[in-house]
Write a protein that binds this ligand. Structure first.
Ligand code: C2E
Ligand code: MG
Ligand code: MG
Length: 690
């Protein structure tokens, strides 16, 4: 035990106590010679209890055995560092200590004691274990992950990768270790790849972004990549990446896209897709200032095919139709199925009307050919409507609507044909052209009719006069009103012949009515200013005709417009005089709408003036119009001019006019213009009432 005192004498324990780690000294028999204060704390025992013992009876026996074993290894001559479990007696708790033992030799090389430094590593070891555990788990995840995981050096070469990644790119681990991701990346992604790499360097991460890798077999695999930058302690950098194989996703997306954009039966673009194309084509045509055309194509009586052969056969027909359509279109054209038996064709090229004609007719014929549906043979036809950008519509909606309208027109015209859309303006122009063309043959074709509107004594309801109003009974256009063809006839000069026809017809009609014993009526005929501008010699013909019929000129009134009075030329004045000499009265039509100057009225002897419909309609609503009407009536009476109110439609208007002193009137209230027979019936009825 001498050693103990050697140490004590030298005051060493005080030094040892100052050391902030547990330190102990043992003799060759493993008995504690001394321990420092930190050791006391670590083991939870006072120094006196342990010095001189091996720890037997203090620590659990198996711990003592381990301690002595470790001592022995040190005493045998080497420095030993190891973990050992030692009980903290005070706490009754085992602690893991990392202990370093070193033999202490005397000058003769004999081992006299050992010194141990012991650090409590319980927590450290626990953490280490936990770390080891999670690392193992991570490793497991890495190996088992269905998603590819890679670790690359900055040059792209592979440091680590999991089996999933090997499966994705089809290379073995050995092969991969000799490769880098640039080799796997198709050329077209190089720029994108560089961008991601730049992002990685600035932001520390990249992606997720989609690209493809070239697999070992040369095929491409679609991927989604995400990654982070990693700095190793040695200063080098690495990239951890997650590499997802998105083949299945892409396939699903494609399937969804396909179903959203294509028709199941015909595999043609569906409504959605074809309208999208239409928008694109319009934009393109607008950009290049070119035309493009839209064709709507619809089977005639498709329902009958379905009913006769069943829907499956109907579908077969559509499929075949789609094939025929596709065969006939050219690159740049689009054909799609809108729904049911309706197809839409976009002709992107700048086609002439003639070429569209040919195309439409070609399609009509191709789709009109018989269809073999299994054992059956089906016959059908199509109607096609065509609208052209930009004249028939500036946008998809308008174009489609107009192509559709044209298609319906084709159907209305008997199906199995195509029609170009014609706008209302175009329609109008066509109609005018047609009127101008065909007006020439109207007289010869006996197509004019005169209608008669009674002019009534507003107080008694008696029919005093009538106005002859011209209609054109067109074989196709139906009954055409004067507003539609008089201006045309005035321009072409046809009005002269027409005016003559009207006059003759009126005389014929008056004679016929007289012969039928009807009360004599005075008939007003409208005469155009153009007729007055001709030489007055035509009126010699009129006089001759009156004589032929044995009629007095007093049976006829000529209605003229105010404009005529303004321009009043010698010819016109001459004609006024001739008319008056024949006894034919003059009536100033549409009074109040034009110049309506009283001065004109004074300058001429007009016998009547007709207050325009616009005024008559206004008298109910505003007192201004009523006041004007009253003024006109009073003034006319003063000048000895008869007044006829036009366009009386209501009882109120009639009553107000009567109160204002107006004697004569015409209008729907009494009768619309009537064909001669109906007028005769009306006249008889009125005569009986009167
Ligand atoms: P206008 O001479 O002022 O003829 C009266 C027009 O008013 C007629 O139209 C008649 O149908 C319409 N009318 C009559 N009562 C009513 C009513 O209560 N309500 C409404 N809303 N309308 C009424 P229409 O037959 O269409 O004739 C239009 C114009 O064509 C005539 O106006 C006349 O200026 C001209 N016209 C008609 N026949 C001839 C003709 O033989 N030769 C010439 N040169 N012009 C004619
Ligand atoms: Mg008139
Ligand atoms: Mg009038």
């Amino acid at each position: 035990m001498a050693g103990v005192f050697d140490w004590l004498d030298k005051g060493i324990p005080a030094v040892l106590d100052a050391i902030p780690v547990p330190v102990f000294v043992k003799d060759p028999d493993s008995r504690f010679i001394l321990i420092n204060q930190r050791c006391e704390e670590q083991w939870g025992i006072p120094r006196a209890a342990v010095v001189g013992s091996t720890g037997e009876g203090i620590f659990p026996p198996e711990q003592v055995v381990r301690l002595m074993e470790n001592d022995r290894r040190a005493l045998e001559g080497s420095t030993v560092a190891c973990d050992e479990v030692v009980r903290n007696v005070a706490l009754g708790q085992d602690r893991t200590l990392h202990t370093l033992r070193r033999p202490i030799r005397d000058p003769f090389g004999r081992t006299r004691s050992l010194v141990g430094v012991s650090v409590d590593v319980t927590d450290v070891r626990r953490t280490e274990r936990a770390l080891r555990d999670s690392e193992e788990k991570l490793r497991g995840l890495f190996e088992l992950s269905p998603i590819g995981i890679t670790l690359n050096r900055m040059d792209g070469s592979y440091v680590e990768f999991n089996p999933a990644f090997c499966a994705i790119c089809g290379y073995s681990p050995d092969e991969l270790r000799r490769l880098d991701y640039w080799t796997l990346t198709p050329e077209k992604y190089a720029a994108q790849e560089q961008q991601q790499l730049d992002a990685l360097l600035t932001d520390g991460h990249y992606g997720p972004y989609e690209k493809e890798y070239i697999r070992k077999d040369g095929s491409l695999v679609p991927l989604r990549l995400t990654g982070v930058l990693l700095h190793a302690s040695d200063g080098s950098s690495y990239i951890w990446s997650i590499v997802e194989d998105i083949t299945a996703q892409k396939k699903a997306q494609e399937a969804i896209w396909y179903h959203a954009n294509f028709d199941d039966i015909t595999a043609l673009p569906n409504r959605r897709m074809v309208y999208q194309r239409l928008d694109e084509e319009i934009a393109r045509a607008r950009g290049s200032g070119r035309h493009m055309a839209l064709l709507f194509l619809d089977f005639d009586r498709f329902k009958e095919i379905n009913d006769a052969f069943g829907h499956d056969k109907g579908d077969l027909l559509l499929k075949e139709a789609a094939r025929r359509l596709a065969d006939r279109l050219r690159h740049g054209d689009t054909v799609g199925r809108l729904n049911g038996d309706e197809f839409m064709i976009i002709v992107g090229a700048d086609e002439t009307a003639q070429r569209l004609d040919e195309l439409a007719d070609d399609l009509r014929q191709a789709l009109g050919a018989p269809y073999r549906l299994g054992v059956d043979l089906a016959y059908s036809s199509v109607s096609i409507g065509i609208a052209v950008f930009p004249q028939d519509g500036e946008n998809a909606e308008a174009l489609a609507r107009h192509a559709d309208q044209a298609m319906y027109e084709a159907k209305a015209l008997g199906r199995n044909r195509y029609r170009f859309f014609r706008s209302a303006l175009q329609e109008e122009a066509t109609r005018r052209g047609r009127i101008a063309n065909e007006l020439r043959s109207a007289i010869a074709g006996d197509q004019f009719r005169l209608f008669y509107q009674p002019i009534i004594d507003l107080a008694t309801g008696k029919v005093l006069k009538a106005e002859a109003l011209l209609r054109w009974q067109h074989p196709e256009m139906g009954l055409v009103g004067p507003a539609d063809f008089i201006p045309v006839a005035e321009q072409s000069g046809e009005i002269i012949a027409i005016g003559q026809w009207v006059f003759d017809e009126v005389l014929r009609q008056i004679t016929a009515w007289d012969a039928a014993g009807l009360p004599p009526v005075r008939v007003g005929v409208n005469r155009s200013p153009v007729e007055f501008r001709q030489s007055g010699d035509v009126l010699d013909v009129w006089a001759a005709r009156l004589a032929e019929h044995g009629l007095s000129g007093r049976r006829v009134v000529v209605e003229i417009t105010e404009g005529l009075l303004v321009e009043l030329s010698d010819t016109v004045r001459d004609q006024f005089e001739r008319l008056q000499r024949m006894g034919i009265a003059l009536s100033l039509d549409d009074f109040g709408t034009g110049y309506s100057s009283l001065a004109y009225l004074r300058k001429f002897d007009v016998d009547f003036l007709k207050i325009d419909r616009a005024f008559v309609q206004g008298i109910e609503r505003g007192s201004d119009d009523l006041a004007l009407c009253e003024a006109i009536i009073v003034m006319a009476q003063k000048l000895g001019i008869g007044v006829v109110a036009e366009g009386i439609e209501t009882e109120d208007q009639r009553a107000l006019l009567v109160a204002a002193g107006c004697r004569l009137g015409q209008g729907f209230l009494f009768s619309r213009p009537l064909p001669a027979d109906a007028f005769a019936t009306y006249l008889r009825g009125a005569a009986r009432r009167g």
